[in-house]
Write a protein that binds this ligand. Structure first.
Ligand code: URA
Length: 287
């Protein structure tokens, strides 16, 4: 017997086949979808791992903004992870749903790192420096992220670093200032990060800040209320922690530094990385 979610997917695929890229939902439809989503989640015994490419992606936004539902199949070419990411990168360059919003800048900043990485770190969106260099996390927040990785005994080359939104959000008369992406901008780019995860298939994901958590998991709580536990993204464990820019704002003496480190210790345990006694004690208040 078909589950309601299968009927919905069939409908979206049929719409897509006839060229429809957006389906508008009224409040009643959103409520019905929420019920389908929650009942499917409750019934799911063991969440399946994502299939490898080609990547089928259906995006359903359940928030209250009038964001469209975009059902998109991203055809991915190549056999190795590196080839598949390259195929995705080419398509991301002119990603139509992002371009059509008109609120994101032109330059696409793709991910960086190891296509075979066991851990994927996901941020918000590129900023001024990232756009200039076309690399994620190369500005001040990126330097902080490098420090965190180093403390874990990892380098940028070993992990995979990505963003929920692949274009810098624009502002009027923009110079070096950056802004948080909107729900519509997140929804527009979501198929890209979903495809990246299904290619890389990391052992775990770190969501850096609320925007990443919201995009990946559809949850809107603060980092304080959602960290310290494992979340699930289609079978892949996700740890939420503070964004490195928040660490820059709060300063070195602040307890946030230890909290981020505790989140990273949990990630290291999940990855079964060696942890020394010295590492366990990092950023604890001095007695
Ligand atoms: N902040 C992010 O979330 N991503 C970047 O790439 C840089 C800063």
């Amino acid at each position: 017997m078909s589950r309601p979610v299968d009927v919905l997917l069939e409908f979206l695929e049929a719409e897509q086949a006839r060229g429809v890229t957006h389906v508008h939902l009224d409040d009643g439809a959103r409520e019905a979808l929420r019920e389908v989503f929650h009942s499917t989640k409750a019934k799911k015994a063991a969440p399946p791992r994502l299939e490898s490419a080609p990547v089928a992606v259906a995006e359903i936004s359940l928030d209250s903004t009038p964001a469209p539902v975009a059902a998109a199949k991203i055809p991915i070419e190549g056999t190795t992870h590196a080839e598949q990411l390259d195929s995705l990168r080419r398509q991301a360059e002119n990603w139509p749903t992002a371009k059509s919003l008109g609120s994101l800048r032109e330059t696409m900043v793709f991910s960086a790192g190891n296509p075979e990485a066991r851990v994927m770190l996901v941020g918000e969106a590129p900023g001024y420096q990232e756009e200039r260099e076309r690399q994620p996390f190369v500005g001040p927040a990126g330097q902080k992220l490098n420090d965190i990785l180093k403390a874990m005994g990892l380098s940028r080359e070993e992990v995979y670093i990505s963003n929920i939104v692949k274009f810098r959000p624009s502002t009027p008369k923009q110079t070096t200032n950056n802004r948080k992406p909107t729900a519509a901008e997140i929804a527009a780019c979501l198929p890209l990060i979903r495809a990246e995860i299904s290619i890389i298939r990391p052992a775990c994901i770190v969501a850096l800040g609320e925007t990443a958590a919201e995009g990946l998991l559809g949850i809107t709580g603060t980092v304080a209320s959602t960290r310290e536990k494992w979340h699930d993204y289609e079978g892949t464990p996700v740890r939420i922690t503070y964004h490195p820019s928040y660490l820059l704002q709060t300063g070195d003496g602040h307890q946030t530094k230890r909290q981020v480190w505790e989140d990273m210790l949990a990630v290291m345990e999940k990855l079964e990385l060696p942890i020394s006694a010295k590492q366990r004690g990092f950023f604890l208040p001095q007695a």
